[in-house]
Design a protein around this ligand. Structure first.
Ligand code: ZN
Length: 73
């Protein structure tokens, strides 16, 4: 579940959407490559990828454009 206190620290809707997506992805997503049910989140100063699987070493990136959202592998 998302915590409202986390969202309250973000002011814009786009930031909220991104935080929601990242929270969901990190908490609910499994690795599509090796099906490991937990993936890790890069810290924000690494811009190349948003997430990685420490099992199979694959990187994942959330696409956050206005017209399309999804995961780029
Ligand atoms: Zn994996």
């Amino acid at each position: 579940m998302f915590q409202q206190s986390v969202l309250d620290s973000y002011t814009s809707n786009s930031q909220k959407a991104r935080v929601l997506t990242e929270n969901w992805f990190a908490s609910q997503m499994y690795c599509p490559c090796c099906l490991k049910p937990k993936i890790s989140v890069y810290n924000n100063n690494k811009k190349v990828s948003d997430f990685f699987c420490d099992s199979c070493r694959n990187d994942f990136q959330l696409k956050s454009s206005k017209n399309r959202s999804g995961v780029k592998f």
